[in-house]
Design a protein around this ligand. Structure first.
Ligand SMILES: *Cc1c(COP(=O)(O)O)cnc(C)c1O
Length: 380
């Protein structure tokens, strides 16, 4: 079976992990801050807070912005459930903004209309979470302008988008957001096995996220508070946090993978360009790429009629196609919260036709040829 995604691990990745295994620290050692600094430099943000998953990164990001009971968070229905679930962990109310049928990202016009209505009804969101679907940045400049008008905070769920660019700048630089979150899960663009990071240019937010990732405990005191007794054992728990720490083993793998990131993205772009060229000729519907973006190509998605039939036939042929995403509001848990089919028609109609094709570093020409040939056969 040709999978839809697969990690790429080199000998230098393996050596980096072994070096940490032989070192003094498996966790809370020097590799984590080194990885944070390297990612921050890569995407030109001031701070990076490494955690054990993007889900944890979203959770500490929402907490750092003060999201809580009585607050409202909006995200895209075309995402993994975690973008929404973390709002529920905070006790906030979660709602969605429908997607643009061309880019498959949160629609700026749908966002604007929903904000106008919410202002009248007195139920504006505290936080909006655009998701860079498949690795293509959302229209962040426009979303930022709306945030200034309506007073919400912005968190970019960039789980698909490390290595991508928006208006010539790296995704993660946070020019148009308060916090940007990356995922290093094994299917994503670069990996630490499980892992995530929250980027920000705001020191106060970074410090809050550090607190929430480690039990709400701080050891950072002005010298006087330590009583001048050199009590190095002293710590205080000042809020309720979690254990969301990344290990040094993961961070070492991340540091090594980061060195290969540009190569990964270039390879994904080559593969994606080939798909696009072939499918244009076969009039297969694809995700439109906005001119302001330079996507990282986490996923290559196409839209096909009779998707279920085509999907089954391709799987039968050993092609590990997948579907991203079942709209979050249609999940049974979200239906119990009151959401219904029909609430976000663009996300739903995309889902009916959505199919993700194999795209990863290591997919060879012959394998891609077989994916393309089979897709042509079954979609024509
Ligand atoms: C993968 C993913 C997440 C969660 O990432 P983890 O690192 O697995 O917790 C969140 N949002 C999106 C859009 C994702 O694709």
């Amino acid at each position: 079976m040709i999978p839809y995604a697969r990690q790429n691990i080199s000998q230098s990745d393996i050596d980096a992990v072994i070096a940490v295994l032989k070192s003094d620290f498996l966790t809370q050692g020097p590799a984590v801050p080194a990885f944070e600094q390297a990612v921050a430099e890569y995407c030109r943000a001031k701070h990076g807070v490494a955690v054990n998953s993007a889900t944890s990164a979203l959770h500490v990001a929402y907490l750092a912005l003060g999201l809580g009971p009585g607050d409202i968070l909006w995200t895209s229905p075309n995402t993994f459930v975690a973008s929404a679930n973390c709002g529920l962990y905070c006790g906030a109310k979660v709602d969605f903004v429908d997607i643009d049928p061309e880019t498959l990202n949160m629609s700026v016009s749908a966002l604007q209309e929903k904000l106008e209505l919410a202002e009248i009804r007195g139920c504006l969101p505290k936080v909006v979470v655009p998701v860079h679907f498949a690795g293509q940045s959302c229209q962040m400049r426009e979303i930022k302008m709306l945030s200034q008008r309506y007073g919400f905070k912005i968190i970019e769920d960039a789980s698909h988008a490390i290595g991508g660019k928006y208006l010539g700048k790296p995704v993660g630089c946070c020019e148009y957001s308060d916090i940007t979150v990356f995922s290093f899960h094994a299917v994503k663009i670069m990996t630490t096995g499980e892992g995530g990071m929250a980027m920000t240019n705001d020191l106060a937010l970074a410090e809050k996220m550090q607190l929430f990732r480690s039990h709400g405990i701080t050891r950072d005191f002005p010298p006087l508070k330590k009583g001048g007794r050199g009590d190095l054992w002293y710590y205080e728990q000042i809020t309720l946090g979690h254990n969301y720490r990344m290990t040094d083993i993961q961070a070492a793998l991340g540091l090594s993978q980061l060195k290969r990131l540009d190569e990964f993205v270039a390879c994904r772009r080559r593969l994606a360009t080939r798909y696009t060229k072939e499918f244009k000729e076969a009039s297969v519907k694809m995700q439109c790429q906005h001119e302001n973006t330079d996507p990282a190509w986490h996923l290559y998605v196409i839209r096909v009629r009779e998707r279920d039939r085509v999907f089954a036939a391709l799987r039968e042929k050993g092609i590990g196609v997948n579907v991203h995403y079942i709209p979050v509001h249609t999940q049974p848990y979200y239906q119990k919260l009151g959401f219904k089919w029909g609430n976000f028609p663009q996300a739903e109609s995309y889902y009916q036709e959505a199919m993700t094709l194999p795209l990863y570093v290591g997919l060879n020409e012959e394998q891609q040829e077989s994916v393309i040939a089979n897709c042509r056969d079954y979609t024509s």
